[in-house]
Ligand binder design. Structure first.
Ligand code: FAD
Length: 298
């Protein structure tokens, strides 16, 4: 079963927090081996679900459809298919949703996605939906059996500098029919808790799972942070500046920071942890080993 609000660890009932892993479809044959090895390494941690990202909208979805089917069939895990709508027609999205329906995929993470660089207007005009909200409503209406997730941005989405407006858009897409949300990665837990508290005050009750990004490659995270609008705090950058050419030290530091972040999140009531694995097998198992006795035993 996928995680739900009743799993919130409020201190009075010790329940196993949710756990999920996100992967992306590998582009090269070497990447495929790494993908399956990482998945196998993580299965013994009993995730509630694994999710597979997708490329730009449309029927191809960057090869993720076939991979989602294979993961679901081979592992029997609850598999969540990411699906973006930007640039895609209703017919293309319907085809993809029927495909997932036919494979028995239980959940969709419904996203707008990003238009290809250099032609945002063209992609928006071609596509049936400009934002995730009407896409969620569309899936809810025509494919009511799917559990639906949406993306959340505790620091605000980079396109909408007004955080209050962005939060309003988030609430609307949840109201359109989402069952759960997964956040963009962040490093200051206060940002997540403030966002969740503000959503709760305004009546959003679905679980909002914090997205965790272990930092094991400083250069890569700097690039990703800029792209995603996730702040790299000074305390973090100064630690990595000193070890940026030492992969082993970066792995150790990434694990240490993520363990501290995850402990704090879970102790303060986050419903679970969603790891952006980047298909890498080293950091996440170490983080979970450190957390297992306290949070994931039994
Ligand atoms: C957990 C997670 C997983 C992701 N997986 C993928 C993936 O697999 N593939 C991929 O390509 N991308 C993925 N993304 C990135 C995502 O596609 C981008 O961040 C994209 O820019 C926004 O998608 P969205 O679904 O959040 O869009 P939306 O919710 O539509 O929001 C996009 C922007 O539009 C604004 N907005 C929303 N509604 C309105 C409105 N009615 N009027 C005006 N403005 C509005 C919002 O404030 C925001 O700035 C993921 C992100 C997260 C957090």
């Amino acid at each position: 079963m996928i995680m739900d609000a009743s799993r919130v660890n409020d201190g009075s009932r010790r329940v196993r927090p949710g756990l999920s892993f996100e992967f992306f479809p590998p582009r090269q044959p070497e990447g495929e081996k790494l993908f399956w090895n990482t998945l196998e390494t993580l299965i013994p941690h009993h995730p509630d679900f694994v999710s597979i990202t997708c490329g730009a909208g449309g029927s191809r979805q960057g090869g993720s459809g076939e991979l989602v089917r294979q993961v679901h069939e081979r592992t029997g895990l609850h598999t969540v298919a990411h699906l973006t709508c930007v640039g895609a027609s209703r017919a293309e999205l319907t085809e993809m949703l029927r495909f997932y329906q036919g494979c028995g995929i239980p959940s969709i993470l419904a996203l707008r996605g990003d238009p290809p660089r250099g032609e945002p207007e063209g992609a928006f005009e071609r596509g049936a939906f400009r934002h995730a909200e009407p896409f969620v409503a569309f899936i809810r209406e025509y494919f009511p059996e799917f559990r639906l997730g949406v993306a959340a941005y505790p620091e605000g989405h980079p396109e909408t500098p007004d955080k209050a407006r962005d939060e309003l858009h988030f609430r609307r897409k949840v109201e359109a029919g989402a069952d759960f949300a997964v956040t963009q990665f962040f490093f200051e837990n206060e940002v997540y808790f403030r966002f969740v508290a503000s959503c709760r005050e305004k009546g959003v009750n679905v679980p909002i799972h914090p997205g965790i990004m272990p930092v094991t490659d400083y250069k890569q995270i700097k690039r990703l942070s800029e792209l995603c609008g996730s702040t790299l705090p000074v305390w973090l950058t100064s630690r990595y500046e000193a070890i940026r050419d030492d992969p082993e030290a970066m792995l150790r530091t990434g694990v240490e920071i993520a363990v501290a972040q995850c402990r704090d999140l879970l102790l303060r009531g986050a419903p679970g942890l969603h790891f952006f694995t980047l298909n890498q097998s080293l950091a996440v198992p170490r983080i979970l080993d450190a957390l297992s006795e306290e949070f994931y035993a039994g």
